[in-house]
Design a protein around this ligand. Structure first.
Ligand SMILES: *[C@@H]1O[C@H](CO)[C@@H](O)[C@H](O)[C@H]1NC(C)=O
Ligand SMILES: *[C@@H]1O[C@H](CO)[C@@H](O)[C@H](O)[C@H]1NC(C)=O
Ligand SMILES: *[C@@H]1O[C@H](CO)[C@@H](O)[C@H](O)[C@H]1NC(C)=O
Ligand SMILES: *[C@@H]1O[C@H](CO)[C@@H](O)[C@H](O)[C@H]1NC(C)=O
Ligand SMILES: *[C@@H]1O[C@H](CO)[C@@H](O)[C@H](O)[C@H]1NC(C)=O
Ligand SMILES: *[C@@H]1O[C@H](CO)[C@@H](O)[C@H](O)[C@H]1NC(C)=O
Ligand SMILES: *[C@@H]1O[C@H](CO)[C@@H](O)[C@H](O)[C@H]1NC(C)=O
Ligand SMILES: *[C@@H]1O[C@H](CO)[C@@H](O)[C@H](O)[C@H]1NC(C)=O
Ligand SMILES: *[C@@H]1O[C@H](CO)[C@@H](O)[C@H](O)[C@H]1NC(C)=O
Ligand SMILES: *[C@@H]1O[C@H](CO)[C@@H](O)[C@H](O)[C@H]1NC(C)=O
Length: 568
């Protein structure tokens, strides 16, 4: 049934795939289902109510919804209709974001999050025990009947009118509608992390990325992500034969807390937040320990490391059900990326099977992490923030053998107007769109771009050489400036939505200027371009030298340990 209501949306994407991926208007030729005049549709109902006029207006914004809602309802569903009163309480964030192109896409997800397919719920379905209901966004809302006999949704919305049948045909009373009014102001922290179906990037239609896309799950190479089988073998052999930089890096790596098989797991928990409330450090520590123990196992083949890595993966994998907070995509993109890199090694080299999976069809935990990780990072933000999503979406896509997700992220790496390689770095000078902001964001962005390109590399495509080694040009510009050189600066080359972070910036920023292994970003660039490709990169070379060995770090912004994992 779900496909019925989504059909117009999918057709819309198919028809416009030859245009650049973006938030497109509805094309002309969309099929419209015939409708008898006697039938009252969900759209008719919404349009007929004065106090649903805001909802009626936004239904027209994302392509496809008005037509879908105007289809004769021959199936059971429930719709929680936000009333005008609810719209009055949406708050500053909604009000400024909703009108933007990304906001319009997001509104589609918001509508899906109020639609419950295949179930005709009435107030009598609820009691004082909290229950969870899955919506068309695939995520859950919670509901209970409160002391005033009113149904409360997610503790913030109240059902004010309920059990309203939609169609006027007496034998076809299948759908119900409830009006909800938000009683508190929604803040950005309350925005559910829900994103709809990803637009499919049509292989044939987007010329400049054709060679970079996958066509079927069998196209993925495993283990992939950051470490191919050959990469892991190179690491292990060089450590065992005492060759530097591998051996000396390993000497420190192997005694780091996170590499120990007796590392004490700090989780799992079921809900984590990064943003106004940040309580995800247990996951950050455990994800790093899972990844470092995975590498330790590969190098030493000591069963105790196998056990530590996989018990952490299974514990979080089967307990974590929600990630919330405005910066959730950062948590997923940084800590989640380490987690999935650990899982990839253990699955493809260690023969580990994630908890819950069985050949009879029991789904493993990645069925759930799929939505949690990939879909919550799917709205690609601006600049660095967007690149974090891109690099981790590529990782999740490979782990999950998800062609659509991979192509979506790959297209974003090359074509996203605000976060792609070409959007981030000036093709003439290498200046970063964050250069005027501060140097730590600038340097991190370069490394995040390099991690994304690394996933491409294990999957057989060379993103490092794109734009005439554009990433290297960016590294040279930033290395020179952080080594106290003077560089040209164009104030017009700044990030999207720059006003959010104090831009436009008239000059390059010297905030956080300097090179140190507290921000371990130079090894990956140096080994990839200077050592492997034998290209000249004097400033990168000097920065890598000035930085010193990449060792233990206090955050997961970067994996670090470059002398072990990135060296050639
Ligand atoms: C909405 O308007 C209808 C009449 O059109 C009224 O019966 C209902 O109480 C109103 N509901 C809210 C939440 O204002
Ligand atoms: C709701 O509709 C009113 C009247 O058209 C409009 O002024 C208001 O901005 C709308 N609110 C939202 C959140 O769209
Ligand atoms: C509410 O309904 C559920 C499911 O029918 C039941 O398991 C639960 O015990 C009920 N709770 C109360 C407080 O009646
Ligand atoms: C909602 O926000 C407005 C403006 O900040 C404030 O005046 C109002 O008291 C808030 N309402 C609630 C229920 O918090
Ligand atoms: C190993 O750790 C020591 C102590 O922190 C440090 O001085 C040294 O540079 C590190 N060596 C390598 C190769 O990481
Ligand atoms: C964990 O292992 C390390 C290295 O083998 C050892 O030094 C340390 O005492 C152990 N810690 C605990 C809590 O057992
Ligand atoms: C983190 O904070 C959120 C929001 O307050 C809460 O729901 C969740 O239970 C917390 N998780 C942990 C592990 O403290
Ligand atoms: C949760 O984590 C614990 C280990 O801490 C594990 O025993 C359990 O199986 C996990 N899964 C669930 C659903 O509780
Ligand atoms: C994993 O399974 C394959 C095929 O059964 C086997 O050849 C390999 O030795 C196993 N590896 C480990 C680490 O158990
Ligand atoms: C750059 O200048 C700063 C401040 O004068 C100094 O601390 C730093 O050592 C210099 N860096 C290099 C690589 O010369």
């Amino acid at each position: 049934m779900k496909s019925l209501i989504f059909l117009p949306i999918f057709s819309a994407f198919q028809l416009v795939a030859s245009e650049k991926l973006s938030y497109v208007a509805e094309p002309q030729e969309v099929y419209v289902a015939p409708k008898a005049a006697s039938i009252k549709t969900l759209l008719d109902f919404i349009d007929s109510r004065e106090n649903l006029s805001n909802l009626s207006a936004i239904l027209r914004e994302p392509a496809g919804f008005a037509k879908a809602f105007d289809t004769a309802p021959t199936w059971a569903f429930t719709f929680l209709a936000p009333s005008n009163e609810a719209f009055e309480n949406t708050g500053v964030y909604y009000n400024s974001f909703a009108a933007t192109p990304k906001g319009k896409w997001w509104i589609g997800n918001l509508i899906n999050h109020h639609y419950i397919p295949n179930s005709r719920l009435t107030t009598s379905d609820f009691n004082s025990t909290l229950s969870r209901v899955q919506t068309a966004s695939y995520l859950y809302i919670n509901a209970l009947m409160d002391d005033n006999e009113q149904v409360k949704i997610n503790s913030v919305a109240t059902v004010t009118e309920s059990d309203i049948p939609v169609t006027s045909i007496p034998t076809l009373v299948l759908a119900t509608i409830s009006l909800v009014a938000q009683v508190s102001n929604a803040s950005v922290n309350d925005i559910p992390g829900i994103y709809g179906p990803l637009p499919a990037v049509a292989v044939a239609n987007v010329d400049n990325i054709n060679p970079y896309l996958k066509e079927s799950p069998g196209d993925f190479a495993h283990p992939g992500l950051w470490h191919s089988h050959d990469d892991l073998e190179r690491i292990r052999k060089n450590v065992l034969s005492n060759k530097d930089p591998w051996a000396s890096t390993f000497a420190n790596f192997s005694t780091d807390t996170y590499s120990l098989s007796n590392y004490t797991m700090q989780g799992p928990h079921s809900v984590l937040s990064r943003g106004k409330v940040s309580n995800y450090t247990s996951f950050a520590h455990d994800a790093r320990a899972a990844w470092q123990n995975a590498l330790m196992w590969y190098i030493t083949k000591d069963q105790a490391h196998w056990d530590r890595s996989t018990t952490i993966l299974d514990a979080w994998g089967s307990n974590l059900t929600d990630i919330i907070g405005i910066d959730r995509s950062l948590m997923i993109g940084l800590d989640g990326d380490l987690f999935v890199n650990a899982a990839e090694i253990m699955r493809w080299e260690g023969n580990w099977t994630e908890a819950g999976a069985s050949w009879r069809g029991g789904s493993g935990f990645s069925n759930q992490l799929y939505w949690l990780f990939s879909r919550q990072a799917a709205v690609i933000g601006q600049a660095n923030y967007g690149m974090v999503s891109i690099k981790s979406l590529l990782s999740f896509a490979v782990y999950l053998d998800d062609v659509t997700l991979y192509n979506y992220a790959m297209n974003a790496f090359i074509n996203d107007p605000c976060a792609s390689l070409f959007a981030m770095y000036n093709s003439k000078t290498g200046q970063s769109i964050e250069s005027g902001r501060d140097q730590s964001h600038t340097m991190s962005g370069i490394a995040w771009t390099a991690y994304a390109a690394r996933v491409g590399q294990t999957q057989g495509v060379d993103l490092y050489e794109l734009g005439g080694n554009l990433l290297l040009k960016a590294a040279e510009y930033t290395a020179a400036y952080n080594l106290n050189q003077t560089v040209s600066y164009d104030p017009a080359w700044h990030r999207c939505e720059a006003v959010l972070v104090g831009a436009p910036w008239p000059t390059i920023s010297d905030y956080d200027r300097g090179v140190s292994n507290a921000q371990p970003v130079w090894d990956i660039i140096y080994y990839q371009y200077v050592v492997k490709r034998k290209l000249k990169a004097p400033w990168t070379t000097e920065a890598q030298n000035e930085e010193g060995p990449e060792g233990a770090v206090s955050s997961n912004d970067h994996p670090s340990w470059g002398g072990l994992i990135w060296a050639y």
